[in-house]
Design a protein around this ligand. Structure first.
Ligand code: AMP
Length: 107
């Protein structure tokens, strides 16, 4: 989607520190980390926010969630939190669905 910063990252128009990528999902380090490890897992298809996921393929949602576990394993994380902000009132700043993977574990 035009003017979406995460779509621009996915299209490589804006750089990111990539952690993982497959055909459906991109994961990269948050530019302003709120913990020792802070990665964002993003479906490549533009979804504005979590509350819209029923409109999208179950496979895409499953792939996104599985990628969170995959990235955590790749990074050697056993202890972490996952977080999704939904809507401006929750603190969502980027309106392209993303899952925060957050951990203070020393890796
Ligand atoms: P949220 O508040 O849930 O929408 O989270 C958006 C997150 O995206 C914030 O933690 C930002 O630090 C992060 N962010 C914004 N722009 C970039 C970027 N260009 N590269 C990496 N992370 C970003």
């Amino acid at each position: 989607m035009k003017d979406c910063i995460f779509c621009k990252i996915i299209k490589e128009e804006i750089p990111c520190k990539k952690v993982f990528e497959n055909e459906s999902v991109l994961a990269f380090y948050d530019i302003k980390p709120k913990a020792r490890t802070h990665v964002l897992i993003v479906p490549k298809q533009h979804i504005n926010q979590f509350s819209e996921i029923e409109e999208f393929s179950s496979d895409l949602i499953a792939q996104t969630m599985k990628s969170v576990a995959h990235v955590a394993k790749m990074l050697g994380l056993d202890h972490y939190k996952i977080l999704v902000n939904n809507g401006a009132g929750s603190g969502q700043e980027v309106f392209h669905l993303h899952i925060h993977l957050i951990s203070d574990q020393i890796i």
